[in-house]
Write a protein that binds this ligand. Structure first.
Ligand code: HEC
Length: 111
């Protein structure tokens, strides 16, 4: 039994080293492991460094936009609709959109 546990540990360790493993648990998405990387990859080119379009850089800024603003509506629009985000880009994939919605439903916590 010990040997099996050891082997399992080894396989887990190896897969972490050689593959890009997302730490995001999509059932309980957290800000740091799930939400922040999605925003960083798709939105910060235009929404950081004092952007006139609104910053999404910090937890507070993003929370405001998701809870009080219309961020979720915008990412669910069709690409050609006025207000669609990411502006001029491609729609986020379904799982990323679901992660942002779920995080909001769970209280948009700084976790
Ligand atoms: C290529 C630049 C660009 C990218 C990338 C981009 N945006 Fe925007 N964003 C804009 C511009 C320009 C505006 C202002 C025009 C408007 O409101 O439609 C804006 C406005 C917004 C607003 C409204 C801001 C406010 O204060 O009400 C939200 C919310 C938003 N973007 C979310 C996002 C999200 C989420 C992403 C990533 C999925 C994203 N944007 C990616 C350019 C961009």
């Amino acid at each position: 039994m010990k040997r099996i546990i050891f082997l399992f540990g080894l396989v887990t360790l190896t897969s972490c080293t050689y593959h890009e493993v997302s730490l995001c648990d999509t059932d309980e998405p957290t800000y740091s492991d799930c939400v922040k990387p999605i925003i960083a990859a798709n939105c910060l080119d235009c929404h950081s460094n004092g952007s006139a379009f609104g910053e999404l850089l910090t937890y507070e800024e993003l929370k405001w936009s998701i809870v009080d603003g219309d961020l979720i509506e915008r990412i669910q629009m069709n690409e050609n609709d006025a207000g669609f985000m990411p502006y001029g880009g491609e729609k986020l994939n379904k799982s990323d959109i679901q992660i942002l919605i779920k995080w909001k439903e769970n209280g948009a916590k700084n976790n």
